[in-house]
Design a protein. Structure first.
Length: 325
């Protein structure tokens, strides 16, 4: 496997294995490169590539990028986008998964002195953070999400960034983070210095405020809003992985029954198994019946007018559960 330097630390990362967890449009896989339509925008031509091996392993470029920030970059940045995480969260995932590159005999190894982690205070953002974003944009309405649902979830719009704004809140309703999602293309980012989303569950404040015992569990915020648009409450973990903190938040909540509605792809299947393994002893679980459906997620089903796909559920299959932790 190629060696990547992540935060000054070298790790052997299986780049291809990580990328194969996600759907690609018109992909061409070679031993040293993936060429495909860009994941950052709506693209029907293979104008994006990732180096899978060699000196530039993990680097990528998009020849038709809308935004200079997404013309090229390293592997952590790409995977953070695909996993719907911050850069720091993805770097932490890669280092914990692949570890530190092996050292040579004779290297002077001095282990750092063990220190207990300091108790950190959660970051609480002022409600005035959202004041500049009290604008509307048709982007989500065009994706089947009603104005009523958008208002319920506090969606706004940032004209300067040309991005919708999606607040993330703690269980008590206090503002913890804000996601910015470009209305052109698929680029997104989170507010700098805010609470990491791996410490949060999107929509958990609604669970407490309205005493919700039955919810769908999705990956992304737009999927949560899609489920609400279909008439059911939902929460999201913010990407294709779940943290111990998020598991704890769900376990402690009023949720008694949950329908797993992760994406209809390899990454979605993986996080579904994580959810089943983590929650099977705490809540009653069901899952969406994707069957042979070709839709990627619940928002795609909503846009296609196939709300019945969101409503069709079945008991989870516990036979293949295993621990990722």
């Amino acid at each position: 496997m190629p060696i990547l330097k992540i935060g000054g630390v070298e790790a052997d990362v299986d780049i291809r294995e990580e990328l194969e967890q996600f759907p690609w449009h018109r992909p061409r896989w070679a031993s040293d490169k993936l060429i495909a339509a860009s994941p950052f925008r709506y693209d029907n031509t293979p104008s994006f590539f990732v180096n899978l091996d060699g000196e530039y392993a993990g680097t990528w470029a998009d020849s038709g990028a809308y935004d200079a920030d997404y013309e090229s970059g390293n592997f952590v940045k790409l995977l953070a986008f695909l996993r719907d995480e911050t850069y720091e969260e993805t770097a932490e995932y890669l280092l914990s998964t692949y570890g530190i590159n092996s050292v040579n005999a004779g290297d002077d190894l001095r282990l750092p002195k063990l220190q207990l982690p300091k108790q950190r205070k959660p970051v609480v953002l002022a409600e005035t953070t959202l004041k500049p974003y009290t604008y509307e944009h048709p982007y989500l309405h065009n994706r089947g999400i009603s104005d009523k649902v958008q208002r319920f979830m506090g969606v706004g719009y940032c004209p300067q960034a040309n991005a919708i704004t999606i607040p993330w809140r703690y269980a008590d309703g206090k503002l913890a983070n804000v996601k910015y999602r470009k209305v052109q293309g698929k680029a997104f980012w989170y507010r700098k210095g805010a609470e990491p989303v791996r410490h949060l569950v999107y929509g958990i404040d609604k669970v407490y405020r309205h005493g919700l015992s039955d919810v769908y569990i999705c990956e992304a915020e737009i999927d949560v809003m899609s489920v609400y648009a279909a008439g059911f409450p939902a929460i999201a973990i913010g990407g294709a992985s779940i943290s111990d903190k998020q598991i704890e938040l769900i376990r402690k909540s009023p949720i008694e029954r949950a329908i797993i509605a992760t994406d209809n792809d390899k990454a979605g299947e993986k996080v579904k198994r994580q959810l089943i393994d983590a929650l099977k002893s705490a809540v009653e679980l069901r899952e969406l019946m994707w069957g042979d459906s070709e839709v990627k997620d619940v928002n795609e089903a909503l846009v296609a007018g196939n709300v019945e796909t969101i409503r069709k559920t079945q008991p989870v299959d516990y036979a293949f559960t295993f621990s990722f932790r």
